[in-house]
Design a protein around this ligand. Structure first.
Ligand code: TRP
Length: 327
């Protein structure tokens, strides 16, 4: 029986944080046994917003691979590769772009949002508008059956499906329609209580030392109405408690849920307890990370080898596309 194929990508536009681990990476790791998985570093996608300054991209790519491997993505099980090492993605992007109506791209919700919100970059570029076409090429060139994505990426996947249908309508049945594989995971709060996100500068990074992580957690925002130790708190609105529920044992959460409300324990007590569990949880990952970081050549080889494997599949699909389009 052949396994269904899964594909997903991540942009190397920053360091990976705990939210990336719990929301995406851990899910990717679990999918490895059930599916034939292709995971790639979307470095061209990172250029759609960071084209003016590419000085950090090499670091972020390397960091990303370290975190992937440390989190349990296994090059023996999955194809781990880098987009820019598989130029076939770009060729398919050009071909898909010919038949993609401009209004489809202008309608993508994230497009307008980002144009309005991102003030420090000029996003009125061809590449930024074409971002979802590139994403469609990434997916279709492997004829992926499933794409694990968070809810924010659903409109992009829907557009991929539309582009796929249009292509198949014009040129015959080349691509299967990829389906989303939704990740149900509560958004992790960051240290300021908002969603953990690098643009808010509130992240706990996988590459941070236990000391750095401890410092951040000890300064973390809790129930804002609980000012003094003797004030009763409300765990339901406390970002620290949201992390407890993920990383601390159930008994501790139940204890906090009662004691915090009657000022029986303080935020500092809860922070110390959370840290104990959080650091223990991250320890094996961080140890693997350290080992891998000592062998940068090996890390490079893994990506080169994976990209070679990806290219074989991509080239095969591209040959079929050329034939279907009579090129
Ligand atoms: N756009 C995705 C993100 O920012 C990354 C990505 C690029 C991707 N190509 C993809 C995800 C293909 C899934 C499939 O998270």
């Amino acid at each position: 029986m052949t396994k269904k194929r899964v594909l997903s990508g991540m942009q190397p536009s920053g360091l990976l944080h705990l939210g990336n681990l719990m929301g995406a990476l851990d899910n990717w790791r679990k999918l490895q046994d059930q599916y034939e998985c292709y995971y790639f570093i979307a470095d061209w996608h990172a250029l759609t917003t960071n084209y003016a300054d590419t000085s950090m991209i090499g670091t972020y790519v390397h960091e990303m691979v370290l975190n992937w491997l440390a989190a349990g993505l296994d090059p023996e099980k999955s194809v781990l590769f880098k987009q820019s090492l598989v130029p076939e993605h770009a060729v398919l992007h050009v071909l898909l772009s010919m038949a993609t109506p401009l209004p489809w791209l202008e309608r993508v919700p994230t497009y307008k949002e980002k144009l309005e919100q991102v003030a420090d970059k000029d996003l009125h570029t061809y590449g930024f508008l074409g971002y979802p076409v590139l994403q469609a090429a990434d997916i279709l060139i492997y004829k992926a059956d499933f794409v694990p994505v968070g809810i924010d990426q659903l409109p992009h996947l829907e557009l991929t499906r539309e582009i796929c249908r249009r292509f198949d309508q014009f040129y015959g049945n080349v691509f299967p329609e990829p389906q989303p594989l939704m990740t149900e995971y509560p958004k992790l709060p960051g240290t300021d209580g908002r969603k953990m996100s690098k643009s808010y500068n509130n992240c706990l990074y996988l590459s941070e030392s236990p000391e750095e992580l401890s410092k951040k957690v000890m300064q973390m925002v809790t129930d804002p109405a609980r000012v003094r130790r003797q004030d009763p708190g409300n765990p339901d609105v406390c970002p620290l408690f949201a992390l407890d529920k993920i990383f601390a044992p159930k008994e501790w959460c139940e204890h906090v849920n009662v004691e915090c409300r009657r000022a029986g324990i303080g935020c500092v007590d809860d922070k110390k307890e959370l840290l104990k569990h959080l650091l223990a949880f991250l320890k094996p990952l961080q140890e693997r990370r350290k080992e891998l970081a000592a062998h940068p050549k090996r890390v490079l080889e893994i990506i080169q080898e994976g990209s070679g494997r990806a290219r074989v599949v991509a080239a095969q699909t591209l040959a079929e596309v050329n034939e279907a389009m009579k090129l």
